[in-house]
Design a protein around this ligand. Sequence first.
Ligand code: MD3
Ligand code: FE
Length: 205
Amino acid sequence: MPSLPEDFRYIAGHLDQDQQEALLADIRQIVRAAPLYTPTMPKTGKPMRVRMTNCGVLGWVTDKERGYRYQALHPVTGKPWPSMPERLISLWRELADYPHDPEACLVNFYGPEAKLGLHQDRDEEDFDAPVLSVSLGDACRFRIGGTDRSDSTASLRLNSGDIVLLAGKSRLAHHGVDRIYPGTSTLLKNGGRINLTLRRVTRPV
Ligand code: MD3
Ligand code: FE
């Protein structure tokens, strides 16, 4: 079994049922104002299998013409992203061990068939800031490797309420979601998985 990268923190069951439900209520409000949309891959325009939206001053988006980037406006509605819920800012302040607040929270929605290929997160200016991930709803098989694409990978199951913190050496690790385990959570009435990633995008001045 390959080992997990250094500075990778896996906090199983950090959020209890009430906290998960409260966070879900926040996310529902965000999705009402900023609907989930289907992002497309740079150059090919191939649709991703994960639907996305964001909250915070910046959001991560991708499309065929302009590729991966952060921007202040929803690509479909043209409106600013909803503000980051206080509950998420508090979670970051509690766990991130980083002196500035997050600017972006990417909301990923996975249906039963969705997956996310192995990739690095490198569209941020500041890799000194960690990425904090919150899982809600159905469980998934998450895979994480090293900085090089050819590095060996380890798999772990992420359940609803789990938190993963990617800091230091793990910040540029390759990672992806191999599969969803449908029917493993009752949090979302119609099933599926939501992942929130809190990020600092710009270098603090
Ligand atoms: C490891 N999301 O949004 S979260 C992504 O479950 C993303 O939706 C996955 O990969 C998901 O970019 C994984 C855990 C995660 C997030 C960011 C990372 C792992 C990471 C950044 C660097 C290394
Ligand atoms: Fe990622």
